[in-house]
Each structure stands twice: as structure tokens, then as C-alpha cells.
Design a protein around this ligand. Structure first.
Ligand SMILES: [Zn+2]
Length: 415
């Protein structure tokens, strides 16, 4: 057996099953499952084979610690293996010399969610499913639409009424069946759950599908591979909590395998208007559903389905959960774009805003090796970007005198 599934709350174990969802004893919220591999056996059998290998797809080189039965069940479009790089300007601005940007906006559908969708499609293929469904604030749906199209699988997508237009365009151009619902993400999620049960569709919903986190953990595997070990700190945005839960799982698997020697401190950043995991962390309490109101649509989640794993990730890694305002998120988006050349969507910019705050609080020290995870590209939400920039540009007469006058005015200097 390649893996077993273990309830995060009661620790009950279940046999491997590509259609697995949550623990029947603990329910959908507390009973999310971990995918546990026989790490000791893998270490003995794989020997030098399982290592940080460059120029080999992360899904292929880490196949023993992925739930896939067959690498060829993955969609043909290449997911992951996104760049990680340093930005001298951002290092100077933050004072963190060893600051690394992991740019997951450079996935096929322009968000980290492709990692989860790729695994979900492989598991759906293994389960013999012809229809796969998910609820989504936008990115999970656009990634599922993209990758499902590449394997001719039908995708049914439950999205809230306020999904950004570019994400909606992605769903439609890839030919997915889109249900634009008169409700928020949290209610769309519940409806998708009911529909999957009733119609027998393969359920890709974050967290209740235990394999989505296994897809997202590949970001951690790449970070450690490309940096030659685990960094000190990773900062990422948190909506449902599935990404930070996946990072934790990836870094723990590597540590157990003996490929890294430490667990990085994981910091999860939420928007103040949608911060149930932050509240639970601060109160040392269970997560309670809240309102969700933020312009960062990808993390506009009031009932975080992977909140239990998100809390485990920050607590066990000695990190923390903090919230930032929408104004801080907008400011961070401008900094990333104008100083770093990185166009991040608002949710991804929240990570930058959080990092700035953590530096001020001295939770992060400038000498640390810090990874900032950019989870989605800025073109995903053009309206948000336009709200953040000057749009009433004057129309200039097309002659050199007008150009000279305008540029003098802009640069505030003689030419
Ligand atoms: Zn349980």
C-alpha cells in the first residue's frame, strides 16, 4: 500500500483510496486527513534515488511521497518547478539580505492551485471519474478548468458571484461548466459538497480532498531542493489554510526522510476582514466561522476548511498567524510590482504585507533566510490593480514637444 490516510483529530487510519474525503467520526471540518507514507521503507528502498534532483519534474523526483499511482495520470501540462530568486531591491527595502521570492504565479493558470489540481486530476483518473467538481474563490476553479481541459475531463465549478472577471474568463475559455452562484465562497463550498455526494462527481474541494494538500506540498519540496535545504522562515497567505498546511506537510516529509535538518517557521497571513484562523491562534481556541470581507478575493474565506491543518502548521513550526489590512495589502502590491518587478494578486501581496509587519514586530530578523511565497499573478484581478494605480492618464499629442513637456513634468527635471 502506497499510503494510509490518518485523521488529523482522532488519528484513525483509513486505507488508501483516491476518492477519500474526511473522517466520518470527526466530520468535514475537524476530520481532514493526512496522507501518510511508509517513510522508513521509502528511505531504505529508494536509497540515493530519492534526492533533490534538478531538471527533473518535482512530481517525478518525489513520486514515492506523492499519492499518485502512476506519474502518467498527471495532466500533460507542466505544473510547478516555478522559479525562486532574490530581488536586490526588495532585500534592500526590507533589510533581509537572504530574501527569496518563490513565484508560483508562473504556473500554467497563474496560481499555486495548479499543484493541487494536477494531483486531484490524477486521483480522479485513478478513481475512473469523468466529472470533477470544485468550489472556489477563483484560482482553484481556473486551475481545474485549465488542467481538466488538457485531459478532456469535464469540470463543474461552483464560484461566488463576485469572482474577478479574468478568472471567470479562464473558466469559460477552457470550456468548464460554470455555476456562478448568488452567494459567497463558503456557501458555494457547501453546495458543491452536496452536489458531489448526490451526483457522484469527483470532489476536488480544498481540504476535504486530502490530496489537494499533497499537491500544494510540492512547493515546499521545490523550495528545499532549490535552496539546498529548508529556509529559516516561509511567509504565505492563508484563506482555507490548505497551502500552509501543505507546506508544513512537505517540510515534515523531507525532515523525516533525512533530506533536510529542520522545519522552517511558517507564518500565515490573513486579511483583517477574513481572519478566523488568526483569531483562533491568538485566543488559543478552536476556529469559529466569521464574516469574510476583503478585496483580496483568494483569501476571502470565513469558514476555512483546512483551518485545523493551518493551525497545526504554524504552532508546530513555531511560527504564527497574523492579519493585515486591505490598505497594507494594496501598498504591498505596489512595492512588489514597482520595486521587485513582481505583479502579485492581492492575496499574494498579503504575504508581503505580513512580512513587513513581522519585521517591525521583530518576529523575523534580517539575518534569516526568508522565503516569500507568491501564490497568484496580478493579472488575475485587474480591477484590484486599477484601484491601486493612477488611471486618469492625460492623452498626449503625438509630437516631440508634448513628450518633452510631459516628461519634464513627470521627472521634475530639465531634459
Ligand atoms: Zn477522526
Amino acid at each position: 500500500m502506497k499510503y494510509v490516510l490518518k485523521c488529523i483529530t482522532c488519528a484513525r487510519e483509513f486505507e488508501s483510496n483516491p476518492k477519500a474525503s474526511t473522517c466520518p467520526d470527526c466530520g468535514a471540518f475537524k476530520g481532514t486527513l493526512d496522507v501518510i507514507y511508509p517513510i522508513e521503507d521509502i528511505r531504505k528502498d529508494a536509497g540515493d534515488e530519492l534526492a533533490f534532483r534538478r531538471n527533473v519534474s518535482v512530481f517525478r523526483s518525489f513520486l514515492p511521497i506523492l499519492p499518485l499511482a502512476d506519474i502518467f495520470d498527471l495532466p500533460p501540462i507542466i505544473v510547478g518547478d516555478t522559479p525562486i530568486f532574490q530581488s536586490p531591491a526588495l532585500s534592500q527595502l526590507t533589510g533581509i539580505e537572504n530574501l527569496w521570492i518563490k513565484d508560483d504565479g508562473r504556473n500554467p493558470s497563474a496560481s499555486l492551485k495548479d499543484r493541487a489540481s494536477a494531483i486531484a486530476i490524477a486521483m480522479a483518473t485513478e478513481a475512473g471519474a469523468s466529472i470533477i467538481a470544485t468550489a472556489s474563490t477563483g484560482n482553484a476553479a481556473s486551475s481545474l478548468a485549465t488542467l481538466a481541459a488538457s485531459v478532456s475531463m469535464k469540470a463543474v465549478l461552483f464560484v461566488p458571484r463576485d469572482i474577478p472577471q479574468p478568472k471567470l474568463a479562464q473558466l469559460l475559455i477552457h470550456g468548464a461548466h460554470v455555476l456562478k452562484l448568488d452567494c459567497d465562497y463558503d456557501s458555494a463550498f457547501d453546495l458543491c459538497q452536496t452536489a458531489c455526494e448526490k451526483f457522484g462527481w469527483y470532489n476536488r474541494n480544498s481540504a476535504v480532498n486530502p490530496f489537494t494538500g499533497e499537491g500544494k506540498k510540492t512547493a515546499a519540496l521545490e523550495i528545499a531542493r532549490d535552496l539546498g535545504g529548508a529556509p529559516d522562515t516561509v511567509v504565505c497567505p492563508v484563506g482555507d489554510g490548505c497551502i500552509i498546511g501543505g507546506l508544513y506537510k512537505g517540510f515534515s516529509d523531507l525532515k523525516e526522510l533525512g533530506l533536510t535538518d529542520k522545519m522552517p517557521r511558517l507564518y500565515g497571513i490573513q486579511a483583517e476582514g477574513a481572519s478566523p484562523v488568526v483569531k483562533a491562534f491568538q485566543d488559543n481556541d478552536e476556529i469559529k466561522p466569521t464574516e469574510a470581507k476583503t478585496m483580496a478575493d483568494s483569501i476571502s474565506v470565513g469558514y476555512p476548511r483546512d483551518g485545523v491543518k493551518a493551525l497545526r502548521a504554524v504552532k508546530k513550526s513555531d511560527g504564527a498567524m497574523i492579519a493585515v489590512s486591505d490598505d497594507e495589502i494594496m501598498e504591498a502590491q505596489k512595492i512588489l510590482a514597482a520595486k521587485g518587478g513582481i505583479f502579485a494578486e492581492p492575496a499574494a501581496s498579503a504575504a508581503m504585507a505580513g512580512m513587513i509587519r513581522l519585521l517591525k514586530k521583530e518576529d523575523i530578523e534580517p539575518q534569516e533566510k526568508v522565503v516569500l511565497l507568491i501564490t497568484g499573478h496580478g493579472l488575475k484581478d485587474i480591477e484590484a490593480a486599477f484601484r491601486n494605480i493612477q488611471t486618469d492618464l492625460e492623452i498626449i499629442k503625438p509630437n516631440i514637444k508634448s513628450v518633452e513637456n510631459k516628461i519634464k513634468q513627470v521627472l521634475k527635471t530639465e531634459l
